[in-house]
Write a protein that binds this ligand. Structure first.
Ligand code: ADP
Ligand code: X2W
Length: 296
């Protein structure tokens, strides 16, 4: 955590004064925050994250947290002697992997975040997409990104069919902070593993969120030389996809971010969750962080 006593009083006052117009502008607005598994590996940063979420709630903003947990699932699979396999950013999910995904996301990661928010003085409620019929899904049909005639079978990976946000809205109205695990349910009550960026992006659209913030473990989207791209339009994103600059977990992240921007979410940012309080600084100060995704 930053040692606040080291900041000069004048600078502190400056930061607080700067926040006021943002607090006024965002009062009563919903912000969907995707907390990536790669950004949650440090306990101190996790505590900072929980404090930021609580502060947002206290100043009248409605944060909705969607969490990931890719690295945490990987550790659990390794303990069972299994190794995760990804195709186009999605984990190939057989029945045993699905069990591990549910147990790690809903049982461990979500409950850790709920506990940290409580410790920071907030009231969080953990949900999966099953709760309140939140996320209805079906098996994802994955078409190869280079050869559209080819399909990949990625097992129980879910494609979102519908989101019923009523449970999230009810919790918000009651001053709770929803913490959502990216697990959906199908017609036969089967479970689906859904990429957390995809869930966060769809939820931001459905909730008509003011902002979608995706916290990850890079400074933002980087070009081929490793330089940060501060601003990206749909056309520029197409080019990055085509020339292979974007790969792995960044594929669903950018695709989801662009979808949300095109569907009316005012501001979509991919920022570095390893920087203490990055989210708070992005929302409540003039400082721009990471990559902003624009619809055109
Ligand atoms: N052009 C790019 N810019 C930044 N990161 C990229 C890019 N292409 C691929 N990546 C990868 O995407 C990762 C972030 O996605 P992911 O591992 O799914 O994280 P998270 O757990 O936050 O969702 C980065 O750590 C990086 O390895
Ligand atoms: C289908 C799919 O890939 N699901 C992800 C769900 C967790 C996630 O998205 O975690 P991050 O945000 O930390 O990457 C997985 O199994 O890893």
């Amino acid at each position: 955590m930053t040692d606040v006593s080291q900041i000069a009083p004048r600078d502190k006052a400056e930061i607080l004064a700067q926040a006021l117009p943002y607090i006024r502008r965002f009062h009563g607005k919903t912000m969907v925050i995707k907390y990536g598994g790669n950004a949650m590996t440090d306990p101190e940063l996790q505590a900072d994250f929980a404090e930021d979420v609580v502060l947002l709630k206290l100043v009248g903003i409605n944060p909705v947290v969607v969490h990931g947990g890719g690295p945490q699932i990987e550790t659990a699979l390794n303990r069972l002697g299994k190794k995760g396999e990804f195709i186009q950013g999605m984990r190939v999910t057989d029945a045993e992997t699905m069990e591990v995904v549910e147990w790690v996301l809903a049982g461990e990661v979500q409950q850790d975040i709920v506990g940290l928010i409580h410790q920071a003085g907030g009231k969080a409620v953990g949900l999966t997409g099953r709760d309140g019929g939140l996320i209805r899904a079906k098996k994802l049909k994955m078409v190869d990104s280079k050869d559209p005639t080819k399909e990949h079978d990625v097992g129980q990976v879910g494609d979102i069919v519908a989101i019923d946000p009523s449970v999230v809205s009810a919790l918000q109205d009651d001053q709770f902070i929803p913490v959502i695990s990216p697990i959906g349910f199908g017609e036969q009550n089967e479970s689906y593993n859904i990429n957390a960026d995809v869930v966060a992006s769809k939820l931001a659209t459905i909730l008509k969120a003011e902002k979608l913030i995706l916290l990850t473990n890079t400074p933002g989207v980087l070009d081929k030389t490793g330089k940060l791209l501060t601003d990206l339009t749909a056309r520029e994103i197409d080019e990055l996809f085509a020339d292979g600059t974007i790969s792995g977990g960044m594929l669903p992240k950018i695709a989801g971010a662009l979808d949300a921007a095109k569907s009316g979410v005012n501001a979509v940012h991919i920022i570095d969750g390893r920087v203490p309080h990055a989210m708070l600084l992005e929302i409540l100060t003039d400082q721009a962080y990471g990559t902003m995704i624009r619809s055109h």
